[in-house]
Design a protein around this ligand. Structure first.
Ligand SMILES: O=C(O)CCC(=O)C1=CC=C[C@@H](O)[C@@H]1C(=O)O
Ligand SMILES: [Mg+2]
Length: 375
């Protein structure tokens, strides 16, 4: 598999509504779209999901751009690949930087699938072309704002609702939502807003039958989460704490969580995500596909991830229109009956609207294999 060129497109898209979390609010979304082309002119597409700011994890758009340009693209182009699985070894010398690695690796997987004339989901072992999906709601000002949004999303068929919580916006919110929606599959994402000192307070959430509480404690912790899980009936789901297969293995050994939210960007790409999937299959631990406010390119990869047999819980894979006036893929991702449908087409299965992509582009870098500097 010889790659002729790699192109990075730094784009900014306006969110249709702000997305507020315990650590900050997103009004628009800058992201890096990664394109790899072979000698036949076929393109594979990926998305580096680092945010502009280092509040979710330490990676940023600028930092990832630098890692891709200086290290990861040269390592990719230094010699042909037989298979995208070889990338893990190729990049072993580069510490961490999972989102930068994932964006490029996703594009290589998409290209490889297209060269095999196969849908990406089939190549990675997917079995479910219509995975169930949920929707994530950012922190709202008033409880009625939640009711209006949830009524709308339930009407649109979403079967699982995720809300953000933080100290001062947790018990009263969850209690009000549970009273209005006694049967709704409901979960809460704290984005590390609590500490072990809040254990007794968080225990009160056990009364509301939440599916899970996502990442209540520090972003790089699995020890205190194990102590907290022993105090809670509600399953803890880890997100930010799991940035590799080994993190997942350690968290399961310590019983730090009962559910894992897998994000291709956060764990470093398909190869690592598939290892985590295998591990959780063996340990019978439930998985779901998390979201990163992606464009349709990242969303399409997430759909393939959610098609794997171990992804039994609804993922944060909402319709393109939940985030964007217009998406950069055609057709856009839509939700019907609480599910998305994976196209039976080669690669990610969606075309990229390159004219619209170009109109959103703030910065572009093209690296021809012939010009790539050896590492
Ligand atoms: O993309 C989606 O639909 C999920 C959005 C979401 O909940 C999150 C996206 C990115 C970082 C976090 O704020 C949060 C999460 O922790 O999952
Ligand atoms: Mg989360």
């Amino acid at each position: 598999m010889k790659i002729e060129a790699v192109t990075l497109h730094r784009i900014r898209m306006q969110l249709v509504m702000p997305f507020a979390t315990s650590y900050g609010t997103y009004h628009d979304r800058e992201t890096i779209i990664v394109q790899v082309q072979d000698e036949q002119g076929l393109s594979g597409w990926g998305e580096c999901v680092a945010f502009e700011t280092p509040w979710y994890t330490e990676e940023t758009v600028q930092g990832a751009w630098h890692m891709l340009q200086q290290f990861l693209i040269p390592l990719l182009l230094q010699q042909p690949l037989d298979d995208p699985q070889q990338l893990s070894g190729r990049w072993k010398g580069v510490r961490r930087n999972p989102m930068a690695k994932a964006g490029l690796e996703m594009a290589v997987w998409d290209l490889f699938a297209k060269q095999q004339h196969k849908p990406l989901y089939q190549l990675v072992g997917g079995v479910n072309r219509q995975p169930k999906v949920g929707v994530a709601i950012g922190l709202q000002r008033e409880i009625p704002d939640y009711f209006q949004l949830i009524d709308q999303y339930v009407e649109q068929g979403y079967e699982r609702i995720k809300v953000k919580i933080k100290p001062g916006s947790d018990l009263s919110l969850i209690s009000a939502l549970r009273a209005r929606y006694p049967q709704l599959a409901l979960m809460a994402d704290a984005n590390s807003a609590y500490t072990l000192a809040d254990a007794e307070h968080l225990q009160k959430l056990d009364a509301f039958g939440l599916l899970m509480i996502e990442q209540p404690l520090a972003v790089d912790d699995i020890i205190d989460h194990a102590k907290l899980q022993r105090e809670l009936q509600t399953p803890i789901c880890l997100d930010e704490s799991i940035v590799s297969y080994d993190d997942a293995r350690h968290a399961l050994e310590l019983e730090s969580c009962r559910v894992i939210n897998v994000k291709l960007g956060r764990v470093g790409g398909w190869n690592e995500a598939l290892r985590i999937h295998q591990l959780c299959q063996e340990k019978n631990v439930r998985l779901w596909c998390g979201g990163m406010l992606e464009t349709g390119i990242g969303r399409a990869h997430n759909m393939a991830l959610a098609s794997l047999p171990g992804f039994t819980l609804p993922g944060d894979i909402s319709a393109s229109s939940r985030y964007w006036e217009r998406d950069i893929i055609a057709p856009e991702v839509t939700v019907a009956g609480g599910r998305v449908t994976l196209p039976d087409l080669p690669g990610i299965g969606f075309a990229v609207d390159q004219r619209f992509l170009h109109s959103l582009t703030l910065d572009k870098l093209v690296v021809q294999a012939a010009d790539a500097q050896p590492m």
